[in-house]
Design a protein around this ligand. Structure first.
Ligand SMILES: Nc1nc2c(ncn2[C@@H]2O[C@H](COP(=O)(O)OP(=O)(O)OP(=O)(O)O)[C@@H](O)[C@H]2O)c(=O)[nH]1
Length: 343
């Protein structure tokens, strides 16, 4: 590489000053971030959200009455925004809870609805970008990370997990997590984590694996990313219950044999996941969403040609894509019709 000229050094310095100014402005204004929660029914997704936000974002369900519990289940894709403060920076966190799947023989509907939600946010940006006069109040609702809850079976990944993560990973940063990790012994958990990562590699599932650039990133970043990568899939325990242990208030799940602490990194990875998600890797997740995942969607969408009859396609993946495109057009048409009725 040729040595930098004084002009290029000046340009680099100017860019650095500009970046710092933008960062300072953002810090003052606060950050926005969106996380989607996906997984089978009853895996503790709502409890996790309440634990993450340290507030009852979703009401606690009454599982003592099976009929009531069935009614209280999450049945629609529900975005909720919570204002928080992380490391002195204001954070407007949007959590998108999704209905738990696994009860139906065919889960394709759940999958298509989740994918449609993610892509609709991309379409909104695409439409906004092509406007001559931008809407200053436009809200970017793109999903920056998707936490995929894996059932703590101890066996290999289930077919539905492989399919869901493989297909969603093309559109969003998928972070796999092991739900209800307190239901496994430490050795079992370690073996299960290894098995899950072997499956992820074998089936070429695109997940967010803390990418870094050996040439550009500093040693500290590389080391931190390697440490986080080694924790994948994050083991999590959720609880809204607090007890006093040795004079400290801790969030935990209590058992006759002892207590599993949510925030103790020897018990589970909750605190490390929370920190990377809402602090250390928040910006990276946003950048990958914008520079890579959205960009890829945009290119595909703009180069897609003509109308396709989904049922005539032999290839399963193409058929699903086309069915999805058709569904999205139906949703858009329904929304347009609703809009014209409102006027
Ligand atoms: N053992 C254990 N139980 C948990 C954990 N997190 C939640 N639970 C329990 O699991 C049950 C289901 O929790 P929810 O948070 O309602 O599950 P969900 O995934 O939101 O359920 P759906 O809305 O049906 O998809 C409740 O009884 C929770 O107390 C956990 O980390 N470990």
């Amino acid at each position: 590489m040729p040595p930098p000229t004084s002009r290029s050094v000046e340009a680099i310095a100017r860019t650095a000053v500009l970046a710092t100014t933008i960062r300072r402005k953002n810090i003052k204004k606060g950050l926005t971030f969106t996380v989607m929660i996906v997984g089978a029914s009853g895996l503790g997704k709502s409890t996790f959200v309440n634990t993450l936000c340290e507030s009852p974002v979703f009401p606690k369900k009454d599982y003592s009455n099976p009929e009531k519990a069935a009614i209280e289940r999450t049945v629609a894709i529900t975005p909720v925004t919570v204002d928080m403060e992380e490391d002195g920076i204001k954070l407007s966190l949007t959590i998108v809870d999704t209905p738990g799947f696994g009860d139906n023989i065919n889960n394709e509907g759940n999958f298509l609805d989740i994918l449609a939600y993610i892509e609709r946010q991309y379409d909104d940006i695409l439409a906004e970008e092509s406007r001559i006069k931008r809407n200053p109040k436009f809200q970017d609702n793109r999903v920056h990370a998707l936490l995929y809850f894996i059932t703590p079976t101890g066996h290999s990944l289930r077919e539905i997990d492989i399919e869901f993560m493989r297909r969603l990973g093309r559109r969003v940063n998928v972070i796999p997590v092991i739900a209800k990790a307190d239901s496994m012994r430490p050795q079992e958990l370690a073996a299960f984590k290894k098995k899950v990562m072997e499956d992820i590699a074998y089936y070429k599932i695109p997940i967010y694996n803390f990418p870094y650039d050996e040439e550009e990133d500093d040693d500290e970043t590389i080391e931190e990313n390697n440490e986080l990568r080694a924790l994948l899939p994050f083991s999590i325990v959720g609880s809204e219950e607090e007890v006093v242990l040795n004079g400290r208030r801790v969030r935990c799940r209590q058992y006759p044999w002892g207590v599993v602490e949510v925030d103790n990194s020897r018990h589970c990875d909750f605190s490390k996941l929370r920190y990377m998600l809402l602090s250390s890797h928040l910006q990276d997740l946003k950048e990958i969403t914008h520079d890579f995942l959205y960009e890829q969607y945009r290119t595909e969408k703009l180069s897609r040609e003509g109308d396709v009859d989904p049922d005539e396609l032999a290839d399963e993946e193409a058929r699903t894509e086309a069915q999805y495109a058709k569904r999205q057009m139906e949703i858009a048409a329904a929304e347009a019709a609703r809009g014209s009725m409102d006027q």
